[in-house]
Design a protein around this ligand. Structure first.
Ligand SMILES: CNCCCN(C)c1ncc(F)c(N2CC(C(=O)NCc3cnc4ccccn34)C2)n1
Length: 406
């Protein structure tokens, strides 16, 4: 009886704290907040001092221990996969949960130049209960001059059974410390939730590829006048892509794809510059992870390319389906082929690869094809964040964003 009362009291107290001081942790971080927005000068909010960075890991509560995850090790990769599969991001109605595969995680988290202590796990009795990751990136912010080496943060996850232990802020502080030790002072990340303070608020759009399944899993719903067969006709696609010379990317295309990509991305206010090594890693096709197709004209000239990544969602409770197969638009560069035609071919290719839905954010030039190709706006908002950096402009429009985080 006593214990129950104690737990309810502490839980209620946490709710009261949340209401009184929302984002308690984020108010302590170098992020622009609404009222001081105009006082801050563009650039770093806090100047980092390398000599002052704590050399040892932050303290953890009893029985919890830090653990550098080696994703190349099958057993450790399995532990990360299972933690995310069971405890990572869900939609608001808890109908779907991301099911990132091991091959996908190795693609996303083992890029060129990765640091072995930036894949951070927390274990209790050898069981993984917490995770957070960083990868090194060079981000261009608002112009060619602001070329900042920083970290891209992702996969923050705490096991459902040990939430409200304030472990997430400790994971964030620890990876911040390990980034500071490398003399890097900024970070970029995205999240479906709003915490202080987004630099851009983007929206997901969805293009149905398998209307019947989307209705069966509850991703789409039928209004009174709609029927499944009418939906299937509406979203029907040709068997084969239209663009002549469209084919899967190969190693020999790396130099041309690198040029096309870097020239395209400099149009935006937030973008990465890719070496050929990085293009090999991020764009060469990997089965069930990343698909990239190039348009090759005469004499082997590549004029366009499209790419999408595979991120299935577990359908949490459904008698008929265990997974929703979703393709997510990655980077698409159209210099000769009309962007609408290139993306129409992307839909056909994704449908033929077995996807149920094709997702895209309203970033880059995506709004040029979203409506025409019958994408529908989703309920999912994706917020972009920059840690310890004040922009010249308070917010960026989605079409000014040139980076996709998986
Ligand atoms: C760096 N990491 C950010 C990317 C993680 N990504 C892909 C993500 N972050 C927040 C979202 F809001 C979101 N959405 C895709 C849209 C969608 O499909 N919504 C229905 C749905 C199906 N499955 C799931 C699983 C979780 C959440 C919503 N789900 C909304 N995607």
């Amino acid at each position: 009886q006593q214990l129950v009362v104690k737990n309810i009291t502490s839980y209620n107290q946490q709710l009261i704290d949340k209401l009184n001081k929302p984002h308690q942790f984020w108010q302590t971080q170098p992020m622009p907040n609404i009222n001081e927005m105009d006082k801050l000068l563009p650039g770093p909010i806090q100047q980092g001092v390398l000599a002052e960075v704590r050399k040892d890991p932050l303290n953890l509560i009893d029985k919890f221990e830090w653990f550098n995850v080696d994703l190349r090790n099958e057993e450790q990769a399995q532990q990360v996969y299972t933690l995310l599969k069971e405890n990572y991001v869900e939609d608001d109605d808890n109908m779907f949960r991301f099911d990132y595969s091991i091959d996908f995680l190795r693609w996303a988290l083992l890029p060129p130049g990765q640091y072995s202590d930036w894949l951070i796990g927390v274990r209790v009795n050898q069981k993984l209960v917490g995770f957070i990751t960083g990868i090194p990136v060079t981000l261009y912010i608002e112009n060619e001059q602001n070329k900042i080496k920083m970290t891209e943060i992702n996969f923050l996850c705490v096991h459902k059974k040990i939430r409200a232990n304030r472990l997430a802020p400790v994971l964030i502080k620890e990876i911040t410390r390990r980034v500071h030790i490398k003399n890097m002072w900024q970070a970029v990340y995205t999240a479906g939730i709003v915490v202080p303070t987004p630099i851009s608020q983007t929206r997901y759009y969805h293009r149905s590829l398998n209307a019947k399944k989307l209705i069966e899993v509850g991703f789409s719903s039928l209004s009174a006048r709609q029927t499944i067969s009418r939906q299937q006709k509406l979203y029907k696609l040709p068997e084969e892509p239209k663009t002549p010379g469209l084919r899967p990317m190969k190693k020999k295309d790396v130099a041309q794809v690198t040029k096309l990509l870097n020239d395209y991305l400099k149009n935006f206010k937030l973008y990465f510059k890719y070496s050929e090594e990085e293009v090999k890693h991020w764009f060469l096709p990997r089965k069930d992870v990343i698909s990239t197709y190039v348009v090759e004209k005469e004499q082997g000239v590549v004029t366009d390319f499209l790419s999408f990544y595979n991120l299935p969602s577990q359908v949490i409770k459904n008698p008929k389906h265990t997974h929703l197969r979703a393709a997510y638009s990655y980077y698409n560069v159209a210099t000769q082929t009309p962007i609408v035609q290139l993306m129409y071919d992307a839909l056909i290719l994704a449908k033929n690869e077995g996807y149920d839905v094709f997702n895209a954010l309203d970033i880059m030039d995506n709004d040029k094809f979203l409506k025409e190709l019958m994408f529908c706006p989703g309920d999912g908002q994706l917020n972009y964040y920059l840690y310890n950096w004040k922009l010249e402009s308070n917010m960026l429009k989605p079409e000014e964003i040139g980076i996709v985080l998986v």
